[in-house]
Design a protein around this ligand. Structure first.
Ligand code: IP8
Length: 257
């Protein structure tokens, strides 16, 4: 039987990141089509992009409850916005005939970061989860990143063959910021002792951008799971990465840590 591949659809890939709650439907459709072409069992983790980060940033939701801010409606809004993005992802996957079940983290996960609590839900077909606003025992609520879901799914469920991070706009981890990079700046094999100058739009992102992906990727690789980071805008690369074929992108290794 085919093994499982855990794949992240980055939020910057599937949404227009600077326009509030705007999906990139062409990309979602092309990713959904790719997913219908593999016999691997899939767990899809999608990011938030403009459906999560902008409002979460404005109302400082990563910090948890701040009494002087009125955050309750923002918590509800971001959860609802994420449900809307998730419904597009699920609809497009189903339109290619896939048997999909999605599980909203605010209903089953508690706490944020790599150590969040909750039993990982799994469907016998395609499982979908996503970065979300979750309850937190200390902060009351917080932002659980899809990158932490990637870590836990890739290392805790059975038969995982590899983890794939599909991101937007770049071919992998680059030595210099994307705006200054040429093809020679792609890091083909990355280990945590290597530095890179990823562009992280802290004015938009509330989670860790490419740095968090690299860090979580290394933690996954440390458990013996192959990890690759690829440009999700190129469908052939996404399929090759899922199938474990050689592909343009960055392989993440754990190094000596
Ligand atoms: O885009 C963030 O998830 P990520 C989730 O996977 C929210 O880091 C709601 C901002």
């Amino acid at each position: 039987m085919a093994g499982t591949v855990v794949i992240k659809w980055g939020g910057g890939l599937i949404t227009h990141k600077d326009q509030l709650c705007t999906v990139n439907l062409d990309v979602i459709r092309s990713l959904a089509e790719v997913c219908s072409k593999t016999s691997k069992k899939l767990v899809i983790v999608h990011g938030a992009g403009s459906f999560g980060h902008l409002k979460a940033k404005k109302f400082r939701l990563t910090e948890g409850r701040i009494p002087e801010l009125n955050q309750d409606s923002a918590v509800m809004d971001v959860r609802n916005d994420m449900l809307e993005l998730n419904s597009v992802v699920v609809r497009e996957l189903r339109s290619f005939g896939l048997d999909v079940q999605s599980y909203s983290p605010h209903q089953w996960a508690k706490g944020t970061g790599a150590e969040f609590r909750g039993e990982l839900p799994l469907h016998h077909g395609v499982t979908v989860v996503y970065g979300d606003v979750v309850d937190d025992e200390i902060k009351e609520f917080g932002i659980l990143s899809g990158d932490d879901l990637m870590l836990r799914y890739s290392t805790e469920i059975a038969d995982v063959e590899r983890a794939v991070f599909a991101i937007g706009g770049v071919d992998g981890i680059l030595r210099v910021p994307p705006s200054k990079a040429g093809p020679e700046d792609l890091i083909e094999i990355w280990t945590p002792d290597m530095s890179f100058e990823g562009e992280h739009s802290t004015e938009i992102d509330v989670t860790g951008g490419i740095g968090l992906k690299a860090a979580r990727g290394a933690m996954i690789a440390a458990k013996g799971i192959d990890v690759v980071l690829i440009n999700g805008e190129i469908p052939e690369r996404v399929l090759d990465a899922i199938e474990g074929k050689s592909v343009i992108g960055t392989r993440i290794e754990s190094g000596n840590c």
